[in-house]
Design a protein around this ligand. Structure first.
Ligand code: FAD
Length: 387
């Protein structure tokens, strides 16, 4: 393996692999992605992979719409499947959030998303099996769904490798070498690798790298649990994805009779958190589901898992060059909703490397310095995963 590349990518989650793909597509193929474990071993492999387009800002709406379209037709982009399943997405809000939902839904339509606003009465006649009690208004996106995190991550990586990029697993990056305001190499447990530019997509493990190059970023972690249920297929063959801002719960169907419920955001230690699901959380989620969707009273709990959301102060990511280092690009802090945005983020990271700025979509609202400038991105539902 050579010890010098035009670009070195640190971290093989969906973001690093997407960046590698778009670099290759732009003709930059003397590239190396370094992953200390296997691809999708971090937050990506633990994701619920929901692709919704309901957001509070133009930039995230545009990213979600474009990214959804890429993942829904992933073979055209990468030559590989994404496992996209079109279920539709029902987004419920609580009292007091009616205006926010209507405003956001209008924003979605402005950018080409089919977003329909329903009163609870209209929704009840469309989905008589769902209990809309306490929901003043909701939005429905018929074109949303979910995908397979491993397929998308590996699809991006394979597409890049087919164009000449290299992926090296089981290699721990221990540092970024910066000289005269430029990243010139990375240090690994297998030795030094020289780099013309570095893309930092190490997920929850980004803070140490940024601190070591003198550009700290305020990131924190929460543990999000995913409860797995078997639903009675004779009563619920499938169902749309449903999200509820009143308690932060989202649930979606999965293969066969499985339904996955995403629940709770508890501050945790990044390296020692409990990666399984709590029985009390499973009981809470089942209780909620039976209230919202009574036929789930025959569902059975079958374990689950937990993963990390890496959170920024405004629950939006940072996509930028690291201040003071002209060829170090970072994609950090996806705050629990990054998977759905990965194609547009990967493309932006590649543009930052090749052109010094993101040209397809202006990513300046997601700039590194916005926290110091006190110019945070707002969210209609407060700083949360619903962003
Ligand atoms: C439970 C859960 C549910 C989620 N649900 C959704 C959802 O429904 N929809 C959605 O859009 N998003 C969702 N997300 C968020 C989404 O999964 C993440 O935003 C996204 O996967 C982040 O990808 P990443 O590549 O930045 O990070 P990661 O996937 O964490 O990848 C970082 C990689 O870097 C590697 N690495 C770290 N340090 C080093 C090092 N020193 N050397 C080499 N390699 C290193 C790690 O091993 C890891 O593979 C969810 C996340 C979780 C945890």
């Amino acid at each position: 393996m050579p010890d010098s590349y035009d670009v070195v990518v640190i971290g093989g989650g969906v973001m690093g692999c997407a960046a590698l793909h778009y670099l290759a597509k732009m003709g930059v193929t003397n590239t190396l992605l370094l992953e200390r474990d296997t691809l999708a071993a971090g937050s990506t492999g633990r994701s619920m992979t929901i692709l919704r387009m309901h957001y509070s800002n133009a930039i995230t709406t545009i990213m979600a719409k474009e990214s959804r379209d890429v993942i829904a037709d992933f073979e055209s982009e990468t030559g590989h499947p994404s496992g996209f399943v079109n279920t539709g997405y029902v987004f419920m809000v609580e009292e007091g959030q009616e205006d926010a939902l209507r405003t956001n839904s209008a924003l979605q339509r402005e950018y080409g998303v089919d977003s329909q606003v329903f009163t609870p009465e209209e929704a009840s006649s469309r989905w008589p099996e769902i209990n809309f009690e306490g929901v003043p208004v909701l939005a429905f996106e018929p074109n949303s769904g979910y995908a397979d995190s491993s397929a998308v991550t590996n699809g991006f990586a394979l597409s890049a490798r087919e164009r000449g990029a290299k992926v090296q697993l089981e290699t721990n990056v221990t540092g970024i070498v910066v000289e005269h305001g430029r990243a010139v190499a990375v240090e690994t447990d297998r030795g030094r690798i020289n780099a013309g530019a570095v893309v930092l997509t190490a997920g929850p493990w980004i803070p140490e790298f940024l601190k070591s190059v003198g550009a700290p970023l305020d990131l924190s972690w929460v543990r999000h649990q995913v409860v797995k249920l078997h639903r009675p297929l004779n009563k619920i063959p499938t169902h749309p994805i449903i999200a509820d801002t009143s308690n932060g719960i989202s649930f979606r169907p999965d293969a066969g009779d499985l339904t996955l419920i995403g629940i709770r955001e508890d501050p945790t230690d990044r390296d020692t958190y409990n990666q399984s699901v709590d029985s009390s959380t499973a009981a809470d989620s089942l209780e909620y589901l039976v209230m919202r969707y009574p036929a789930f009273d025959e569902a059975g709990w079958d374990g689950g898992w937990s993963g990390l959301f890496t959170i920024t102060p405004d629950h939006h990511p940072v996509i930028d060059l690291v201040p003071g280092i002209e060829n170090l690009v970072v994609g950090a802090g996806f705050s629990g909703h990054g998977f759905k945005l990965s194609p547009t983020i990967g493309r932006a990271l590649a543009e930052l490397v090749t052109q010094g700025r993101s040209t397809s979509i202006d990513m300046s609202p997601l700039r590194f310095t916005r926290f110091a400038e006190n110019d945070l991105l707002g969210s209609a539902y407060g700083a949360s995963v619903f962003a």
